[in-house]
Design a protein around this ligand. Structure first.
Ligand code: GLN
Length: 303
């Protein structure tokens, strides 16, 4: 089956909506991105690739990197990851301090910022070079080179006061083992990974393929672990819009404030969209629309 014509049709139909939303400007390095960029890519587990628009251009994957962070951590620490972070939807913005206070410093899930910071802290328990190890891990998933954007790391370090506050808060509650600056360094590197839609879709194929990277056959996670990462993406991948994403799209997925969204159809494919303008939940406006149309037209969702 070829998806090329479906992608081209949806691209043309959705493009006129590109006035909606705002580029994330609380991270100054992201505010400089051309907001008209728009790309879509599909990679199948059989090795087919379909692309349209700016699908090859690299962008800051931001919170999509939280999935790599979690997968690496689950592969190393197994179920112990869940000792310090929950697995319930937050129903709150990704950087909420309020919920963390009410819940005694235990983040609701690994995809809000507080949760990803705890996962990064857990990785520091096990790894001497967490940034290099994360890069190696993502390169193994993608099958080619992956880079951090140092400008984005520096920009986040200068302006990420809420993340610093979340960490101090968790430290005060005994839910942080390492120094705040060390955890921030690991977390901001994870957020600053750059990839294009095609590379991003390829690097998520292991989640469509029971934890095994198609092509190389490398097992990254046990099948049950991959299933669970997908479950957490479905319930928590879009913060306080997770319910609506499941309703409109019906796939496990993850967004980032760089404007990327990647979603997985287990047993078949991964699809990534990039359009920098975000809705009030921090999710790409065109990204959600593209995925809604894709699953509706093809009839392919997990439901
Ligand atoms: N680096 C961003 C932050 O910490 C990630 C947020 C996101 O993509 N939702 O705020």
């Amino acid at each position: 089956m070829t998806f090329q014509s479906t992608l081209e049709e949806i691209y043309a139909e959705v493009r006129p909506m590109s006035g909606e939303g705002e580029v994330a400007d609380y991270i100054p390095a992201l505010a400089q991105i051309d907001s008209t960029k728009f790309g879509i890519a599909i990679e199948t587990i059989e090795g087919e690739c379909f692309q349209v628009g700016d699908a090859a251009e690299r962008f800051s994957i931001q919170s999509i990197g939280k999935v790599f962070n979690l997968a690496l951590c689950v592969g190393i620490a197994g179920d112990r990851v869940w000792d310090r972070v929950g697995m319930e939807p937050s129903g709150n913005p990704f950087n909420s301090l309020v919920q963390l206070e009410v819940e005694g410093g235990i983040p609701r899930n690994p995809f809000i910022n507080a949760g990803a910071l705890v996962v990064a802290d857990t990785l520091l328990d096990h790894l001497d070079n967490p940034n290099e190890d994360l890069l190696d891990f993502v390169q193994k998933l993608r099958g080619s080179d992956v880079h951090f954007n140092q400008k984005v790391v520096n920009s986040e370090k200068q302006h990420g006061h809420i993340n610093t506050a979340l960490l101090h808060f968790m430290k005060a509650h005994g839910n942080l083992n390492h120094e705040v600056d060390d955890v921030l360094d690991a977390y901001y590197h994870q957020c600053s990974i750059e990839m294009g839609c095609a590379g991003l879709a390829r690097s998520f194929l292991f989640l469509a393929n029971g934890g095994v990277v198609p092509g190389t056959g490398a097992r990254v996670l046990a099948a049950s672990q991959a299933k669970r990462v997908n479950a957490v993406m479905l319930t928590c991948g879009f913060y306080d819009q997770a319910g609506m994403f499941a309703y409109l799209v019906g796939l496990p997925g993850k967004s980032g404030v760089g404007g990327g969204i990647v979603a997985v159809i287990p047993g078949k494919l991964a699809i990534a969209v990039w359009s920098p303008k975000l809705n009030s939940h921090g999710n790409s406006v065109l990204g959600i629309k593209v995925l809604e149309l894709f699953t509706t037209r093809t009839g392919m969702s997990i439901f």
